[in-house]
Design a protein around this ligand. Structure first.
Ligand SMILES: Nc1nc2c(ncn2[C@@H]2O[C@H](COP(=O)(O)OP(=O)(O)OP(=O)(O)O)[C@@H](O)[C@H]2O)c(=O)[nH]1
Length: 894
């Protein structure tokens, strides 16, 4: 039976290992440390002795929990009340502010009206004043209003009338005088001489008089002219007076007209300013916003051009998969309520913090007329570049070999690596890095050396599109097998053309035509049969048809017109990465754009560094790598993951910032994941008590081992024990791993790696188990064993003794006791029992006391007499049979 460790027992009792060790010392049970194992017998002693402690602690915990709950409820109620009060207060404040604003607005309006009235009154007053002045001076420069004009005309009229009146009187006086003159001759002659002189004077005057008379006859028009002529008519001659009137009238009219127009314009402007100032402010704001957006867009375009990004995607908003309502609102720059409303209308009401499905994100964005692209985690970390078509140059094709197990993938890659290599050299060829290159007819082909659709699909799932052409290898003696079909599906899903290599044609049972026939069922039809797929018959073992296959690859590549821009900074994908004891982080990368140089600042996933050295597939040091070249790079500070995209940065700071922000994001996600798993566990445990969890942390030397292990784990039966890989990474086991394991009750599996000294100490301290392996199957075997060990044990009743009741007697303080004979087996004081009377069970429970004579004993064997008392049961009869038994837990083997 499995031994129990001190820390497990401590954990079971909710105490620290130290505390448990203290109890063990008290009980004189030998145990040195938290990881010491205890015999079952000791464990049962501990359980017995600690029972009251445990019960007390349980009560304590219960009480504490209750108190905490009460406190929490109280706190919540208080917080609620406080929030409500604050809300009311805020409401009140807002109300008061609104009222104050309203009051201010009304006051401002009143003030404005008053000012306007005052201004109007002032204007009126000023006009009247001006009019009065003009009338007083009788030489006004302008006539401000029609009323004053009428008044003026009336006044002029009056003046003219008075003047006409006076002239009339003067004429009559003159006539009188003439009459008087005609009456005396002498006086009349002498008076004529004077009269002539006078006449010459009067002649002018007479002229004036005549015109004055005519003026009187033409009074209305002259009056009019005089009136409008600002009363200048009385000065100088009548003609010049008339001229002055017309010009001044014209000037006045022009002045008046201009004044009116200026006033009207001003009034219009004031009106517009008061009525539409808000609108204009809005317009101005909008204009400013538009300008800002344009400037931002320009900056983005400039940055995109500097980084060779694809400009066509600039307007698309990138939304991480699983974004919450609040996050989406933030990205789309709309109020979250807008989204919540739309979701409600779509019949899927969500809260701010709930995450949205891809469909929902797209629906909502569409509704808001926004263009979004949902980014998977991998895509988020990827870059999109733009290349001018004129910069593109042909590049070698990148090929992956796929096929069913044992159909010859490895043999084919081997055969290909030996192509074009001189006989003597052949044996010396080693696979230096995770990819190889061959030259045929002066052209290069790149092969990815980790064959199989698993790698292909894993890379593709991470967004790494590295393969241009797939070679599907099918053994001619075996035909289409399950993994052949899987490979076809994966290649088709990735939209990569397939060339079929029919292998093992050297074998006697080989039937290449049958392979062609079978493949037609899956849409793979030979060119010679009118289809699109090239078929090549080969023997990987005998190196037959390999050149032809490679030439076909080049032919297919020509059709694909594979091109890339080599004259820019490099980017591509990580094919494989590992931690090398001597060289540190080593990553095999495939350049798919630009040229990678030694010394370049590179970011790959969350790793960052300068390329210290580069090795080509032959293991030679190189200074640069061009599109479709695979190289091993040294110099990254940490180990990236297979499938990570890498790129070179011209600015070192940019590179470091990106790597750091990605690492931070990854750490946050990791933490959330752990929390998530724990919550899920809790939920699952609550919902279904049958489910148990086995949490694992996997650390390995290469990513491939992690994937293989996880793959095998996924294939295990997890219906009763769920296996959670809560964290996996390439690298040594660190203290952080131990802390994580402790927090999540996990076991650490190291594959090809060892724990650091600090990690070992932490594991010892916290009782975390670290298991290290060098072969995968051993790790899988152990995990499987742990899984079975964790299965809920089956309970089994094991009968310990059959006892006959021969007598009954009363014992003080105990009650009714039975004088018995043990007939079979051995009864223990701890056993459970049932009392059987005439074949019927009348009692089932515990033994309360077991005695021989007057002594309490632990057990009594068959053939001996004993006294037995039953817990809470007195009705014992002579002839009853007591069956004692134990419940044993039996570990399942499956
Ligand atoms: N006769 C003959 N045998 C071959 C040929 N190609 C491969 N084999 C043999 O087939 C077996 C499997 O070949 P591998 O190259 O290991 O096949 P694989 O597809 O890589 O196998 P896995 O890595 O297990 O998926 C080996 O024993 C090879 O020697 C061939 O052209 N002719």
């Amino acid at each position: 039976m499995a031994k129990t460790r001190v820390h497990d027992l401590a954990k079971e009792y909710g105490m620290s290992s130290k505390e448990m060790l203290g109890h063990l010392r008290e009980m004189k049970i030998p145990a040195k440390s938290a990881s010491s194992t205890l015999e079952d017998a000791y464990v049962s002693i501990v359980r017995k002795k600690l029972k009251p402690i445990l019960e007390a602690r349980a009560q304590e915990i219960e009480a504490q929990k209750r108190a905490e709950e009460e406190a929490k409820a109280k706190e919540e109620a208080e917080a609620k009340a406080k929030a409500e009060a604050e809300r009311l207060e805020a409401e009140k404040r807002r109300e008061a502010e609104r009222a104050e604003e309203e009051r201010k607005r009304a006051a401002a309006e009143a003030a404005r009206k008053k000012a306007e009235e005052e201004r109007a009154a002032e204007e009126k007053r000023a006009a009247e004043e001006a009019e009065r002045n003009r009338v007083r001076d009788n030489a006004p420069k302008s006539v401000p209003s029609f009323t004053s004009l009428l008044e003026q005309i009336a006044q002029q009229d009056k003046i003219m009338k008075e003047r006409a009146e006076e002239e009339k009187r003067a004429k009559e006086r003159a006539k009188e005088e003439a009459r008087e003159a005609r009456s005396g001759d002498r006086r009349s002659r002498s008076q004529r001489g004077e009269g002539e002189g006078d006449d010459s004077r009067h002649g002018r005057r007479g002229g004036a008089d005549r015109s004055g008379a005519r003026g009187a006859a033409e009074a209305p028009s002259e009056r009019d002219a005089a009136g409008r002529g600002h009363g200048h008519g009385h000065k100088g001659s009548r003609r010049s007076g008339e001229g002055e009137d017309r010009y001044s009238r014209m000037a006045r009219e022009a002045e008046e007209y201009n004044r009116e127009r200026v006033l009207a314009d001003a009034r219009e402007a004031v009106k517009e300013a008061t009525e539409e100032s808000a609108g204009r402010r809005r317009k101005r704001k909008e204009r400013r916003k538009k300008q800002q957006a344009e400037a931002a867009q320009e900056a983005r375009i400039e940055k995109a051009i500097a980084n060779d990004q694809d400009l066509s995607q600039l307007d698309t908003i990138k939304v991480p998969q699983g974004s919450t309502v609040a996050e989406l609102a933030d990205l789309l720059k709309v109020p979250a309520n807008d989204i919540i409303k739309r979701l409600f209308l779509l019949g899927t009401p969500l809260t701010m913090t709930q995450s949205m499905s891809d469909d929902l994100i797209e629906l909502v964005a569409d509704d808001l007329h926004r263009d979004v692209k949902i980014m998977t985690k991998e895509e988020e970390n990827s870059f999109s570049f733009y290349d001018d078509p004129k910069d593109l140059k042909p590049r070698p094709p990148v090929v992956t070999v796929m096929g069913h197990v044992d159909h010859g993938k490895t043999s084919l890659l081997d055969a290909i690596r030996h192509t074009g290599v001189a006989e003597g050299e052949a044996g010396g060829i080693t696979q230096a890095i995770g990819a190889s290159q061959v030259k045929i007819n002066g052209r290069v082909i790149t092969f990815i050396d980790t064959p199989g659709h698993e790698t292909f699909t894993a890379m593709r799932a991470r967004g790494a599109k590295v393969t241009d052409i797939v070679i599907l290898i099918v053994a001619a003696d075996d035909g289409v097998m399950p993994q052949t079909i899987e490979s076809i599906n994966h290649a088709k899903a990735a939209n990569v053309p397939i060339i079929v290599a029919v292998n093992k044609i050297d074998k006697p049972g080989a039937d290449p035509t049958r392979v062609r026939q079978e493949l037609t069922e899956y849409g793979i039809i030979p060119e010679e049969w009118g289809g699109e797929n090239i078929f090549c018959d080969i023997s990987a073992k005998k190196h037959l048809g390999i050149d032809n296959l490679l030439e076909s690859v080049l032919l297919e590549a020509d059709v694909l017109e594979l091109k890339a821009n080599p004259d820019t900074f490099a980017s591509g994908f990580v094919l494989e990465a590992k931690l090398d004891r001597g060289r540190g982080s080593v990553a095999t990368v495939l350049v798919n754009r630009g040229t990678l140089h030694v010394g370049d600042a590179v970011v790959a996933g969350t790793s960052y560094g300068h390329v210290r050295a580069m090795l080509n597939p032959k293991g030679q040091n190189v200074k640069e790598a061009r599109p479709s070249d695979p190289v091993e790079i040294l110099g990254l500070a940490s180990v990236p993951m297979a499938g990570d995209e890498f790129r070179v940065f011209t600015d070192d700071r940019d590179a470091r910032e990106l790597a750091e922000s990605r690492a931070l994001k990854a750490r946050i996600e990791e933490q959330n994941k752990v929390k998530h798993v724990t919550l899920e566990n809790l939920f699952a445990t609550m919902e279904d008590q049958e489910v148990k969890e086995l949490n694992l942390i996997i650390k390995a030397d290469v990513q491939g081992s992690i994937e293989a292990l996880v793959d095998s784990l996924n294939k295990m039966d997890q219906s009763e024990v769920r296996i959670n890989v809560i964290h996996s990474a390439v690298g040594a086991i660190t203290e952080t791993d131990v802390i994580l394991a402790d927090a999540s009750n996990a076991i650490i599996i190291g594959f090809g790696v060892r724990p650091e000294a600090k990690a070992r100490a932490a594991a010892e301290r916290d009782g975390v188990e670290i298991r290290t392996y060098s072969v995968i199957y051993k790790a899988i075997e152990d995990i499987d064993a742990a899984r079975i060990g964790m299965l809920k044990p089956t309970e089994q009743e094991v009968q310990t003794a059959t006892i006959e009741v021969r007598n009954t007697f009363k014992v003080p303080k105990v009650g009714m006791a039975a004088g018995c004979m043990v007939q079979e087996g051995e009864v223990s004081r701890d056993d459970l029992c049932r009392l059987v009377r005439d074949g019927i069970v009348v009692y089932e429970g515990k033994i309360a006391s077991l005695r021989r004579y007057k002594d309490d004993v632990k057990s009594v064997k068959a053939g001996f007499e004993c006294g037995i008392g039953l817990e809470n049961f007195q009705d014992i009869h002579i002839g009853d049979v007591i069956e004692s038994y134990k419940i044993e837990q039996v570990a399942r083997t499956e």
